[in-house]
Design a protein around this ligand. Structure first.
Ligand code: IPM
Ligand code: MG
Length: 364
């Protein structure tokens, strides 16, 4: 039996309750897959500050490095709003991404049919959307130096090197090859030097992927096109800050930020899985929020880190089945739908994932 070590970092706010649902789902599949998921828990973000005085305790990073995958909830709480900037809970997340060199953040944006009316956009605009946002995750404004806050002056640096752009571009081109062979690279090359290097480098990398149709778009236009005609996009490649913003925007096409999973990949087997949304401290502990993004992040973990694409598909189908059966958390509810809590949503999906697995593996 294969054993996989997962470092589980629930974090803050709603982190613990959503992570619990993802764990519930993969644990329910364990026996059917003939694998064992060994879970080891550690603190990050505000939980790290509370327990060890820093947002990324050494033992957390060590555990993460020694694991086959990291499964993370969310970080951040109002409680830490006035702490020195370098100790904010969010730094825990930025530091672990940097320390593990998780440069490729994949955020799939898919429209679920039963949720077409949950989107604020017209159903015909969102029906059939299947976008993969590839966000560079360890460079750009969030890490560039120099940066400083002075009394009445402050600055950040959007810095990229050619190798940093090349490696993320390769990830995006290879994904495009497996999908519809269309890649749109988003930048602001009409203004920013870092974007000019970005565009030139992506053009150079493109020479190795002649089967992929590459286009470029300025980020302001891309943000508009995403809600005007989102179906024109398949793989979107962009730098860190633009990707942060565009992926939140794109999540609304699916109906809720609570639907957007993510995988952050580095060299070799390094990988971290987390929902794209934040810690929503105001809803923490109320069994109210949508765990689907976190559950789908666990599905991505099975697919990318453990090579269990079939199991990932069962979870995906189970989510769809659960939605088709009318279950909704409040954020994706419509009049008449049955509103359930976080934990029940986890139960319903786990149950249906097992059913999907059993039907699929039944001898014919
Ligand atoms: C995300 C989040 C983080 C980011 C924050 C919490 C640092 O917004 O994962 O998108 O900006 O990357
Ligand atoms: Mg974000």
């Amino acid at each position: 039996m294969t054993e996989y070590k997962i470092a589980v970092l629930p974090g803050d706010g709603i982190g613990p309750e959503i992570v619990e649902q993802g764990i519930k789902v993969i644990k329910a599949l364990e026996v059917h897959l003939n694998v064992r998921f060994e879970l080891q828990y550690a603190h990050i973000g505000g939980a790290g500050l509370e327990n060890s005085g820093v947002p990324l305790p050494d033992e957390t990073l060590q555990l993460a490095m020694a694991s086959d995958a990291v499964y993370l909830g969310a970080v951040g709480d109002y409680k830490w709003d006035n702490i020195e900037p370098e100790r904010r809970p969010e730094q825990g997340l930025l530091q672990i991404r940097k320390a593990m060199e998780l440069f490729a953040n994949l955020r799939p944006v898919k429209a679920y049919r039963p949720l077409l009316h949950a989107s604020t956009l017209k159903p015909e605009i969102v029906d059939g959307i299947d976008i993969m946002v590839v966000r560079e995750l360890t460079g750009g404004l969030y890490f560039g130096k120099p940066r400083a806050r002075e009394a009445d002056r402050a600055y950040d640096t959007m810095l990229y090197t050619r190798p940093e752009i090349e490696r993320i571009a390769h990830v995006a081109f290879q994904l495009a090859q497996k999908r519809s062979k269309k890649l749109c690279s988003v930048d602001k090359a009409n203004v920013l030097s870092s974007s000019q290097l970005w565009r030139d480098t992506v053009e150079d990398v493109a020479k190795q992927y002649t089967d992929v149709e590459l286009s470029h778009m300025y980020v302001d236009n891309a943000s508009m096109q995403l809600i005007r005609n989102p179906k024109q996009f398949d793989v979107m490649l962009t730098e860190n800050t633009f990707g942060d913003i565009l992926s939140d925007e794109a999540s609304m096409l699916t109906g809720s930020l609570g639907m957007l999973a993510s995988a952050s990949l580095g060299e070799g087997k390094r990988a971290l899985y987390e929902p794209s949304h934040g810690s929503a401290p105001k809803y923490a502990g109320q069994d109210k929020v949508n765990p689907i993004a976190t559950i789908m992040s666990a599905a991505m973990m099975l697919d990318y880190s453990f090579n269990l694409p079939q199991a990932a598909r069962w979870i995906d189908e189970a989510v769809l089945d659960t939605l088709n059966d009318g279950f909704r958390t409040y954020d994706i509810a419509e009049p008449g739908s049955q509103i359930i809590g976080t934990s029940q949503m986890g139960d319903e999906i786990a149950k249906r994932a097992v059913q999907r697995c059993q039907t699929a593996t039944q001898p014919v």
